[in-house]
Write a protein that binds this ligand. Structure first.
Ligand code: GLU
Length: 334
C-alpha cells in the first residue's frame, strides 16, 4: 500500500514537471533549446538587411538562443554574448518608458495601438489610418512615441532612454557607433515619415532631434542574453527577474505585450500569432524576443531575414521551443 502511494506520488511529481500549466523543469528547457539549436544551426535562407550598410556585413552564421525564466535563471546556447544591433526591438522598451511616464491611455490616444498590417516603414499606413502613427512598434509610431516622451531637451531624453534600457537589461548598453553612423546616413525615409506625422499634428517634439534619438536607440548593441533578460522583465510583470528591481508598473506589461501581438513581426504578425500564440518583437539586426507572461522570455539571434524583415532562423527556433514547451498562450489554461 505504502509502495503504491509512493509510486503515485513520484508519477504525479514527474507529470508536474512536464505538463502544460505546470512548472517546467530547467533540464527539459535546456534539452529543447539544444534540440532547436541542432535542428536549425545549419539551416539556410534569407539575407541580412542591406538597406543599412553596417547590417549587411554581419556574419550571417551567428546564432544564439537565450531564455530568461521568471525566477531569474538565464539559459544560453551559441553566440549569446555577441552584441548586435537591437534595431526595432528597442521600440518595445522606449514604449515602456513613454507608458510609464505618460500613461497607457495617453499613448493609446496620441500614438495609437492598432495593427497596420503593413511593412515596418509604410507611409500608406500613416495615410490610410485616421490615427496616423497607429502603433508604437512600427517606425512611424516609434518615432512619434519618442517625440511623446517629456524631457527638458534631447540630452535629458536620451538619459531617460539610456537609464530605462539599463534597468531592463541589468547593465548599461552601448550604442554601436558605426551602426549609428550608417543608419543616420541612410534614414531619409524615416525623416520623411516624421515630417508627414508632423503635418497631421501627430508628432510631439523637435523632428530632427526625435528622429535622431530613435535612430540612436535602434543602434544599441545588445546580446541575445541581454534581450532575454529585457524581455524577461516583461514576462515578470515589470520586475527584472535577475536584479529583482521594479522597472515599470505591472499594469503596463499586458498593454505592451498587446502591441507585440498586433505588430511585433510587422506585416507577418498575423501569421506569427496564428502559429505560436505568443507576443514577439523582431529587429532587422536579426534578433527576436518572445514573451510568455509569468513563465519566461526567449531571445534568438540569427541575421538573415525574410521579406518582412524578420529573422528566419529565429522564427523557426522560437516556434520549435514554443511548441515543444507548450507555451502557446491560446492553449487552454489549467
Ligand atoms: N532602424 C531601423 C529602421 O528604422 C529599424 C527597423 C527594424 O528593425 O525593423 O528602419
Amino acid at each position: 500500500m505504502k509502495k503504491r502511494l509512493l509510486f503515485l506520488l513520484a508519477a504525479m511529481l514527474l507529470c508536474r514537471g512536464l505538463g502544460y500549466g505546470q512548472k517546467l523543469t530547467e533540464k527539459h528547457i535546456r534539452e529543447v533549446m539544444q534540440q532547436a539549436y541542432n535542428q536549425f544551426k545549419n539551416s539556410s535562407g534569407g539575407a541580412n538587411a542591406s538597406y543599412i550598410p553596417y547590417l549587411a556585413n554581419i556574419d550571417p552564421e551567428l546564432y544564439g538562443i537565450a531564455i530568461c525564466t521568471s525566477d531569474g535563471k538565464v539559459l544560453e546556447l551559441g553566440d549569446t554574448k555577441y552584441e548586435f544591433g537591437i534595431e526595432s526591438i528597442s521600440k518595445v522598451f522606449v514604449l515602456a518608458l513613454a507608458m510609464q511616464q505618460r500613461g497607457a491611455k495617453a499613448v493609446e490616444d496620441s500614438i495609437g495601438v492598432n495593427a497596420t498590417g503593413m511593412p515596418f516603414n509604410s507611409v500608406m499606413a500613416v495615410e490610410l489610418n485616421p490615427q496616423r502613427a497607429v502603433n508604437p512598434l512600427v517606425n512611424a509610431g516609434a518615432m512619434a512615441t519618442n517625440s511623446f516622451i517629456r524631457a527638458p531637451g534631447s540630452a535629458a531624453k536620451w538619459a531617460l532612454i539610456d537609464d530605462m534600457m539599463a534597468k531592463f537589461a541589468s547593465r548599461r548598453l552601448s550604442v554601436i557607433q558605426q551602426l549609428y553612423a550608417s543608419e543616420t546616413a541612410t534614414n531619409l525615409h524615416n525623416r520623411a515619415i516624421a515630417w508627414l506625422l508632423y503635418s497631421y499634428g501627430r508628432f510631439y517634439d523637435d523632428i530632427s532631434e526625435s528622429v535622431d534619438l530613435y535612430t540612436r536607440a535602434c543602434s544599441y548593441g545588445s546580446s541575445t542574453r541581454d534581450l532575454a533578460i529585457m524581455a524577461g522583465t516583461l514576462a515578470n510583470s515589470g520586475v527584472n527577474p535577475v536584479t529583482k528591481e521594479k522597472v515599470i508598473d505591472a499594469v503596463l506589461c499586458p498593454r505592451i505585450l498587446a502591441t507585440m501581438i498586433t505588430e511585433g513581426l510587422y506585416d507577418d504578425t498575423g501569421a506569427w500569432v496564428y502559429h505560436t500564440g505568443v507576443p514577439a518583437k523582431s529587429g532587422v539586426g536579426g534578433g527576436i524576443i518572445a514573451v510568455v507572461p509569468g513563465k519566461m522570455a526567449i531571445a534568438v539571434f540569427a541575421p538573415p531575414l525574410d521579406k518582412s524583415g524578420n529573422s528566419i532562423k529565429a522564427q523557426k527556433t522560437l516556434q520549435y521551443i514554443i511548441d515543444e514547451l507548450k507555451l502557446n498562450l491560446l492553449l487552454p489554461h489549467g
